[in-house]
Design a protein around this ligand. Structure first.
Ligand SMILES: [Zn+2]
Length: 114
């Protein structure tokens, strides 16, 4: 399961960060996930709940913010944002000369510690 290793890395980063700064407990972790990243938020939440047990983040909640897919069309010379996870052509004109600019990312936005 893809999400399990992602949840584990998120946890490792958060724990390391927390300890480096002299904190003992993680309250919550906020992450941003691009819709085109291939990560299922529900599966990630489920995986996080499993990996956090026994760690300093045991009581922590994972807050996921989804980032829509956006890009630029060479043909329309415009930026666009779509709800779909994957697109292969411009939603306005159908041209395939598009550049995806966001939606593939996964990063930790915030870690609340005590
Ligand atoms: Zn277009």
């Amino acid at each position: 399961m893809h999400e399990l290793s992602i949840a584990q890395s998120l946890l490792d980063i958060a724990v390391k960060n927390c300890k480096q700064n002299g904190y003992k407990r993680i309250e919550s972790i906020k992450v941003k996930i691009g819709k085109a990243s291939g990560i299922m938020p529900d599966a990630l939440l489920f995986a996080f709940d499993a990996v956090k047990i026994g760690s300093i983040a045991e009581k922590a909640s994972l807050n996921i913010e989804e980032i829509p897919v956006s890009g630029y069309c060479e043909c329309c010379k415009k930026n666009f944002t779509v709800d779909e996870a994957f697109i292969i052509s411009c939603p306005m004109c159908g041209n395939i000369s598009i550049k995806i600019e966001s939606g593939r990312e996964l990063h930790i936005e915030e870690i609340d510690v005590f």
